[in-house]
Design a protein around this ligand. Structure first.
Ligand code: SF4
Ligand code: SF4
Ligand code: SF4
Length: 248
């Protein structure tokens, strides 16, 4: 049986999620033994046309990117969004909160008017094309990536948590960051990272995106219990927040 052809593409991002895949080292060799990588700019110098699975990192920040993504989708039997930039728009969506011309001037100064620096509102991949699977996180957890890809190759549906980070945090017995007067997004953010940040003594800032139906009211109750305001919560959601922030 021929191995499925896999191509990895990137759009606006830091490419840190692809780096996580490269960092798998020996596990990567095992993964590559069951797929046929045909394009991967970050790790391969040659490429071949035609692929079954497209793995796409980065968010869509220009109109021409939408066309390129649609072209990629049209050739792929399956598309996997890799990392927060791709799954939610990630940190790139910060610019949607400002006037785009101001953002361009801030970054490019006197060159902001140049046509190749054109920009548009940032979109996650699924705001442009159908996405079959999402690997969450900024950056991704490479073990979760390998698990999701293995499930797909075996024809199984991967389990991707749809409960909050607090569940994993409590299971690890971590002290809650609210007890330290901090604001943590754990109650509304998708688990699956093993509560990495609270386990390291830091609040969750929401890199895996929101659970499908975040209990915003419960989050508000926690805020009230710890004498915090909704503006405090919105402030913490600023980096990765884009949708639920509007519902507060
Ligand atoms: S999700 Fe984070 S680590 Fe991954 S490409 Fe985007 S900014 Fe980089
Ligand atoms: S530290 Fe954050 S993730 Fe952990 S229990 Fe408290 S709110 Fe939830
Ligand atoms: S705790 Fe929150 S910010 Fe940290 S890795 Fe998990 S989801 Fe991302």
């Amino acid at each position: 049986m021929s191995k499925p052809k896999v191509a990895i593409f990137d759009f606006a991002c830091c490419e840190g999620c692809q780096l996580q895949i490269v960092n798998m080292e020996e596990d990567l060799l095992e993964l590559i033994s069951v797929v046929d990588p045909v394009e991967w700019r970050e790790a391969m110098s040659d490429h071949r046309d035609g692929y079954d699975i497209a793995i796409v990192e980065g968010s869509i920040t220009r109109h021409e990117d939408e066309e390129r993504l649609q072209e990629i989708r049209s050739h792929a039997g399956m598309l996997i969004a890799l990392g927060s930039c791709a799954t939610t728009g990630g940190v790139n969506k910060l610019k949607n909160k400002f006037d785009l011309n101001d953002v361009k001037r801030c970054v490019y100064c006197d060159s902001a008017h140049l046509p190749h620096l054109n920009t548009a509102l940032t979109k996650a991949l699924d705001e442009v094309v159908k996405v079959d699977y999402k690997v969450h996180g900024c950056p991704i957890n490479n073990k979760e990536f390998a698990y999701i890809l293995r499930c797909i190759l075996m024809g199984k549906k991967p389990f991707i948590p749809n409960y909050p980070v607090c569940v994993e945090c409590k299971m690890k017995g971590n002290p809650c960051r609210y007890e330290y007067g901090e604001i943590c997004l754990g109650p509304i953010i998708r688990a699956g990272c093993d509560a990495k940040c609270p386990s390291g003594g830091f609040w969750c800032y929401g890199c895996r995106g929101y659970v499908d139906n975040p209990n915003v009211n419960a989050a508000k109750e926690i805020m009230a219990q710890y004498h915090k305001t909704i503006d405090n919560l919105r402030g913490r959601m600023f980096l990765f927040g884009s949708k639920q922030e509007q519902t507060l």
